[in-house]
Ligand binder design. Structure first.
Ligand SMILES: Nc1ncnc2c1ncn2[C@@H]1O[C@H](COP(=O)(O)OP(=O)(O)OP(=O)(O)O)[C@@H](O)[C@H]1O
Length: 241
């Protein structure tokens, strides 16, 4: 699978004194949703950082649509929904302004929004059911609404690969269902999605492929093959049984 949208080979990465990922190799399938499953501290966020070119001590290779991560970001091939959004509640940035930030890679230096930018923002707000909240300050939103705003920013960006780090953490059931709906619509449109979670519940409905991570890749493949009691015990420990 030479032209897989994401190819990671023998990646070892981490932080001073911490090897968070060891000899990780994986391929994402085009136009599919892959769930990255692993316990707390298993290296999920570090893998996202590596895909974004932000992690130190990198050994091995990361290719995104055949390019290195910096080139892929410059060419607007990747959108990212971070686990923790940096929102300063004292800085009144509106939902609409956050979503418009997804369009910055499409704009020139002066960041003047054109009709296609406004249309993409409208569509992303509608898909995440935030149109009525567009003028609301992001700091005033609930956890689920705020997460939807950052999903909307990524949607507006329109990149062919979307990375979402734990988008369901601290999110209400309604927002979770809506985000899943959005991801399934993205898949229909051919976007490749990688989503990390430590919630096992619902993975079968969410994802086409699962990568089980515990510093190394323990297993990868369709949910039915990967989510066996034995593999899950290796990834999450005996407590799960
Ligand atoms: N900035 C950092 N500096 C030092 N060590 C870090 C840093 N970030 C993560 N680590 C360590 O790297 C390892 C992997 O962490 P990582 O955040 O990638 O895991 P995770 O699977 O995303 O966890 P969680 O589900 O809790 O978010 C852990 O041992 C963690 O303590």
């Amino acid at each position: 699978m030479k032209d897989a949208p994401v190819v990671v080979d023998s990646l070892t990465a981490g932080y001073p004194g911490v090897t968070a990922l060891e000899e990780v190799s994986l391929r994402l399938q085009s136009g599919r949703i892959t769930a990255l499953l692993g316990a707390n501290g298993s290296g999920k966020s570090t893998l996202f950082s590596a895909l974004l070119g932000l992690v130190p001590d990198l050994r091995g290779t990361v290719r995104i649509f055949g390019r290195d991560s910096a080139q892929a970001r410059r060419r607007n091939l990747v959108s990212y929904v971070p686990q923790h959004e940096q929102v300063d509640p004292t800085f009144p940035i509106t939902v609409e302004q956050v979503v418009m930030m997804g369009r910055y890679p499409h704009m020139g230096f002066l960041r003047v929004a054109r009709s296609q930018d406004r249309a993409a923002v409208e569509k992303a707000l509608a898909q995440t059911q935030l149109s009525a909240y567009r003028r609301r300050s992001v700091g005033e939103l609930s956890g689920g609404q705020r997460k939807r705003a950052f999903v909307a920013r990524a949607l507006a960006q329109g990149a062919p690969l979307m990375l979402l780090d734990e988008p369901f953490a601290g999110v209400d059931r309604g927002s979770e269902a809506l985000i899943i709906e959005v991801l399934h619509a993205l898949r229909e449109a051919g976007t490749t999605v990688l989503i990390s979670t430590h919630h096992l519940e619902g993975v079968h409905q969410l994802a086409d492929q699962v990568v089980l991570l515990h510093r190394r890749v323990l297993a990868a493949g369709p949910p039915d093959e990967v989510l066996t009691d034995e593999q899950l015990a290796r990834a999450f420990g005996e407590a799960l049984r």
